[in-house]
Every structure is written in structure tokens, then in C-alpha cells.
Ligand binder design. Structure first.
Ligand code: ADP
Ligand code: MG
Length: 231
């Protein structure tokens, strides 16, 4: 059996609707969607060891089925530069999460590669009751939240659909490069949209998918956070 079905079946068995970030990213990897390197640490020593293997700077995040929005819980610390900072952040995250939700079940702490800053985009999918699996694309931050500058297409997507979803955004010129920002790799984003379409078409029990943010680079792109919700 493939990893995706294994992960989805395990979550169902445990009665969990929200997949953990490492689970969602493992599924992304199986579909060829680029994600940050990551490993789940169960103690401080493991965190330091994994940080070494992955390479600094490092990001630590809480892994808990009870914490969906990790930064709200103080569960994300970015830009850690050495083992001492990793150890401090590890303890701080557990402390923050305990304060936020004292009975939260803690699976571990996610140690991951820090993706260089760039233009942030959002890839999403929702299962529409009428149209079925639908894929969404937009730029991060104010573009989605305030300007609602996003495009939807019903899956499965063709390459042309995916390209249109990107180029028809009002904010598309930002992806073409401006001032000191180089143009983004549109083909890499098209590939992520098409893979996301395959992912949700193959797995109809996925109700929502959220890759937020995806860093868009001059060459390639990288998913920094992934969320998958099951029906
Ligand atoms: P949340 O569950 O709160 O959405 P995220 O994993 O999205 O948590 O982390 C919050 C923010 O921290 C992200 O929007 C991004 O700006 C930054 N961030 C998280 N992980 C990374 C990473 N690996 N590299 C760079 N920035 C990151
Ligand atoms: Mg996020």
C-alpha cells in the first residue's frame, strides 16, 4: 500500500480528521510536491541531532493533533542558528503549548529546514458539495485575506487550467518580477497545482488541503506548511 493511503487509514482509525504536518508533507512528497526537509523529534537531543543532519538555520514546530494553527499556540520558532538555540526553542514551544491548551496531546517537535524568504503563494483544495474537488491558487497574506485575489478550478486540472489560475490573478505581475524581486518559476507552480489536483482526485476522502505558504523561487518552489483535513 502507498504511504498516502496508509496515513489516511491510520488517521481514520484514530478518529482524527486533521492530519499532522509531517503526515501531510509525506503525502505531498508522494505526489512530487516539493516540501521542506523535516524529521519529528521526541526529545531535545533528537532535535539537535536532526537539526545537524538537516542543516542550519532550522525551524521547530509543535506536532499535536489538538493544535491546528501552530503559531497561535506559540508552536513555531524560525531561524534557529545553533544547537543551543534549538534546545531553548524546543523547551519554549512545549511551554507555550502547555499554556495554550494544557491537555493537548504532544506527538513531538518537527525539526525542519528553514526555507529562504521569497514571494509566498497559497495552494488549496476544497471538496465542494456540488462540484467536487476544487483547486485554489493565490498569493499569500493580504492578497488572499483582504483582496480575495484567488482563482478556483474544478479538478482534474489540465496544465493550461493551472497556468490560467496563476496568470489571471490581479497580482500576477508580482510573480513576473518587480524591483529587486526576480520572476518566479511559473512552471514549478503549475506542477504543484497539477500534483495537488491528482492528490485530491485520487483521495476523495480529503475535504480540505492547504499548502500555506509555498515559497515561490526563481528556480523551483517549496511548501513550508501543509494541512490536510479529512471528511
Ligand atoms: P501555522 O500552523 O501557524 O500556519 P506555519 O507552519 O505556517 O504554522 O508557520 C507559520 C509561519 O512561519 C509561516 O507562515 C512562515 O512564514 C514561517 N515558517 C514556517 N515554517 C517555515 C520554514 N520551514 N521556513 C521558513 N519559514 C517558515
Ligand atoms: Mg501555515
Amino acid at each position: 500500500m502507498n504511504q498516502t493511503s496508509k496515513i489516511i487509514n491510520q488517521a481514520k482509525k484514530e478518529g482524527r480528521k486533521a492530519l499532522l504536518e509531517p503526515e501531510a508533507k509525506t503525502i505531498c512528497m508522494e505526489y512530487g510536491i516539493p516540501v521542506t526537509k523535516f524529521k519529528v523529534a521526541l526529545n531535545v537531543n533528537e532535535a539537535a541531532k536532526y537539526a545537524d543532519e538537516i542543516g542550519y538555520p532550522i525551524v521547530l514546530k509543535i506536532v499535536s493533533p489538538d493544535i491546528i494553527h501552530k503559531s497561535d499556540a506559540g508552536g513555531v520558532v524560525v531561524n534557529l542558528k545553533n544547537p543551543a538555540e534549538v534546545a531553548d526553542a524546543y523547551k519554549k514551544i512545549l511551554e507555550n503549548v502547555k499554556k495554550y491548551k494544557s491537555d493537548a496531546k504532544i506527538v513531538g517537535v518537527l525539526v525542519q529546514e528553514m526555507a529562504p524568504q521569497s514571494t509566498e503563494v497559497i495552494v488549496g483544495a476544497i471538496k465542494d458539495p456540488q462540484f467536487g474537488q476544487t483547486v485554489m491558487f493565490g498569493l499569500g497574506g493580504i492578497f488572499v485575506e483582504i483582496l480575495k485575489d484567488v482563482n478556483f478550478r474544478i479538478a482534474p486540472l489540465t496544465t493550461d487550467d493551472a497556468k490560467e489560475m496563476i496568470t489571471q490573478l490581479k497580482a500576477y505581475p508580482l510573480l513576473q518580477g518587480y524591483r529587486n524581486t526576480p520572476p518566479a518559476d511559473i512552471d514549478a507552480l503549475v506542477a504543484i497545482l497539477c500534483s495537488t489536483s491528482r492528490l485530491v482526485m485520487d483521495n476523495p476522502e480529503i475535504k480540505e488541503l492547504d499548502l500555506n505558504p509555498v515559497m515561490a523561487y526563481q528556480k523551483g518552489a517549496k511548501t513550508v506548511d501543509a494541512r490536510i483535513i479529512l471528511e
